[in-house]
Design a protein around this ligand. Structure first.
Ligand SMILES: Nc1nc2c(ncn2[C@@H]2O[C@H](COP(=O)(O)OP(=O)(O)OP(=O)(O)O)[C@@H](O)[C@H]2O)c(=O)[nH]1
Ligand SMILES: [Mg+2]
Length: 355
């Protein structure tokens, strides 16, 4: 703390000096009055002395913070100006109506890939849609693009489904949600297998859910055990077998190779790749590329509740060309699970847009 002494004729003047020197955050530590000058007790002046201090670091930090905030605001302003300049120079955008430009701007904020955004707008523009109907037409175009969700079907034979994805995307939690849904809502016979034996807690996590839902959980420590479970022990005993796997890095080719061997296509009917929507777009692209080794059939989007930017719903579709099956929107088992209906996903993307 920086501490200084100030002397003035009145308390008001002294405080004024403190504030002028140390700033409004200064605190008064002590005050004194004393007599000054004079002769034989006459003509003396009563003076006020204030000892005041201020937290130096705090001041600096605040100052830095303010500078940082100002810098950020300026950067943002510059960015917006640059974007608008580039839009003015963009042949396609410079010919758009106000409504269509507004849609483009919305897509931009939602981080929809630029080319895709222009593509959607082009479709609407060429269809010469009546003003007032743009919103519903846009929704229709997006729904068409997203396509119908492809849920897990348990109508005919036993289904074996494997779930894969990066660490922590919500595989185990989503399996628990699906198991609860099919057991309790659809009255199906469901069985769980976990192959995630790397972490002791992982088996325990799924065991807790299987106990609550009252369905069996089997642990497969290797490929042979998984084959034995699916081909013999559990064959035709359940409508649905859900297989949990350990989180894998999309960069680790060896780990992905092992996972591919584990979830042999002759063993599993479907592989659902899980992607968390709170992941950065460029990483999502890498994840899809890495996991394409396993040839996933469907995509599950997780953690939609943890973002407010939904452009990746469209971007992922564009990169993967895979159908969506489910989305998850929170940690609650079994409630925070929804079918990935195109209307629902479009709603996330165009919510708040009103042209
Ligand atoms: N906010 C939110 N959290 C979720 C969602 N789904 C799962 N989680 C949370 O994400 C965390 C990780 O979930 P898990 O199910 O263990 O993820 P995982 O993919 O099995 O993780 P690993 O097995 O370690 O790869 C937990 O705290 C979950 O409660 C969701 O939709 N929204
Ligand atoms: Mg897990």
């Amino acid at each position: 703390m920086k501490v200084k002494k100030y002397v003035a004729e009145t308390m008001q003047d002294a405080i004024f000096k403190v504030k002028a020197d140390l700033g409004p955050e200064a605190i008064i530590l002590d005050t004194n009055k004393f007599k000054k000058g004079g002769f034989l007790g006459f003509f003396t002046k009563t003076m006020v002395e204030i000892i005041a201090g201020v937290e130096e670091k705090k001041r600096e930090f605040k100052q830095n913070n303010n500078n940082f905030a100002l810098q950020e605001i300026n950067d943002l302003k510059n960015m917006v100006t640059e974007i608008h300049k580039s839009w003015q120079n963009d042949e396609f955008l410079s010919h758009l109506s106000e409504e269509l430009l507004e849609i483009y701007q919305h897509f931009n904020q939602q981080e929809v890939n630029e080319e895709l955004a222009k593509g959607f707008i082009k479709v609407i523009k060429e269809n010469k849609i009546v003003p007032g109907e743009i919103n519903s037409q846009l929704d229709a175009v997006l729904q068409e693009y997203i396509g119908e969700c492809q849920l897990i079907s348990t109508d005919d034979s036993q289904k074996v489904i494997g779930f894969v994805g990066p660490t922590g995307v919500g595989k185990t939690t989503t399996i628990a949600k699906l198991a609860a849904h099919f057991t309790l809502d659809e009255g199906k016979k469901v069985c769980l297998i976990t192959t995630d034996t790397y972490r002791i807690a992982a088996v325990q996590q799924l065991q807790t859910y299987s106990d609550i839902i009252n369905i069996p959980l089997h642990v497969a420590y290797n490929e042979q055990e998984l084959v034995k479970l699916i081909r013999f022990d559990l064959k035709d005993k359940y409508d649905l077998i859900l297989i949990d796997t350990a989180g894998s890095s999309w960069k680790d080719g060896i780990q992905l190779g092992k996972l591919k061997t584990l979830l042999k296509r002759e063993l599993v009917d479907e592989i659902h790749l899980m992607i968390s929507l709170n992941t950065r777009s460029n990483i999502i692209r890498e994840v899809i590329k890495g996991f394409s080794l396993l040839k996933p059939d469907k995509l599950i989007l997780t953690k939609l509740d943890e973002t407010s930017v939904y452009g990746d719903i469209i971007n992922i579709k564009n990169i993967s060309k895979l159908p969506y099956s489910y989305i998850t929107i929170g940690q609650d088992v079994p409630d925070d699970l929804e079918a990935a209906r195109a209307e629902l996903l479009t709603g996330y993307l165009t919510g708040g847009l009103n042209v």
